[in-house]
Design a protein around this ligand. Structure first.
Ligand code: PLP
Length: 299
């Protein structure tokens, strides 16, 4: 990667990436090639443009009309992508390697491989949205690093600032000359306080730390797999989705009453603990979650 744009959030990082893809395509293929394709069940942010990229209709309701030029396809449906390319051309494809808000869905590696091949053939800009998965969350620096795809742009935020508002769009050589003076900017982007926080986070993300995240994830998954009231366990590293017998919202509520904070993601219970949580505390929390899931279920 050769250039970074710093903003203040994940949505802003994605806005930057989308603008880059559109300008690249406009210059290379003409102004009619502006379509950006995303995947169903994705989440890319809450601004009107990143909502348009978000492939979940319920986020769109009552906010229409959104920014035009966005289409979403089912993960795995390379044929749909080819149809869009044939009809209108595609400027870029934005995707999460593991969909967070969409239910901790690990995108099929074979599809990512086909996507990479097709994008290379048609010179389509690939944007990996690593806002949730980046900065060690999955046990890798970025989640794409465990897949056959190499994106042109990586967007990241959440974990980067460890709580401070910072987002980044990181681009490769191909995109680094696309923006001219004044094309993009941010008043607070790249401010020294947030960047100092981000540098501290990045300095901690060495091989040993990433390995510890992967190991903690394995420990948690082992506790949950096959447990009463838990139907399936998904995710990588410390990004875990549980399909529970009880409604996810109920599990989250009951866990909170016992001092453990979880999230929902669609019908899943989603776990995103801080990466530096000591193993004993993770185990303790996991036992509480496991007990809550088991209570009141048939077997
Ligand atoms: C949270 C999230 C965003 C939006 O980030 P904000 O900082 O809330 O704007 C975008 N993409 C993904 C995958 C996210 O999880």
């Amino acid at each position: 990667m050769s250039k970074v744009f710093f903003g203040n959030s994940g949505a802003e990082a994605n806005e930057c990436a989308i603008k880059l893809a559109r300008k690249y395509a406009a210059k290379k293929k003409g102004p009619d090639c502006f379509t950006v394709v995303s995947l169903k069940n994705s989440f890319h942010g809450r601004t009107l443009t990143t909502l348009a990229a978000t492939g979940q209709d319920h986020y769109h309701e009552l906010f229409n009309p959104l920014t035009p030029g966005f289409v979403s396809v089912e993960p795995g449906d390379i044929a749909a992508l080819k149809e869009i390319e044939a009809a209108s051309g595609i400027a870029g494809v934005i995707f999460e390697c593991i969909q967070g808000e969409g239910g901790v869905n690990v995108i099929d590696r074979a599809f990512l491989s086909e996507l990479a091949e097709f994008a290379a053939e048609k010179d389509i800009v690939l944007i990996a949205d690593e806002v949730q998965t980046g900065n060690g969350r999955t046990g890798r620096l970025y989640s794409y690093m465990g897949t056959p795809v190499t994106p042109d742009i990586i967007t990241t935020a959440k974990g980067l600032g460890g709580g401070l508002p910072i987002g980044a769009a990181i681009m490769n050589e191909k995109l680094s000359g696309v923006f001219g003076f004044g094309d993009h900017g941010s008043t607070f982007g790249g401010n020294p306080v947030c960047c100092a926080g981000a540098i501290t986070v990045i300095d901690r993300l060495d091989e040993a730390f990433l390995a510890s995240v992967a190991e903690k994830g394995r420990i948690l998954r082992k506790i949950f797999e096959g447990a009463d009231g838990i139907e399936s366990v998904r995710g990588e590293g410390l990004m875990i989705g549980l399909k529970t017998q009880k409604p996810a919202g109920e599990v989250v509520k009951q866990c909170l009453e016992r001092g453990v904070m979880c999230l929902t993601a669609k019908d899943k219970v989603r776990l995103l603990p801080p990466l530096n949580t000591p193993e004993e505390i993770l185990r303790e929390a996991a036992e509480i979650i496991k007990a809550v899931c088991a209570e009141g279920t048939a077997d």
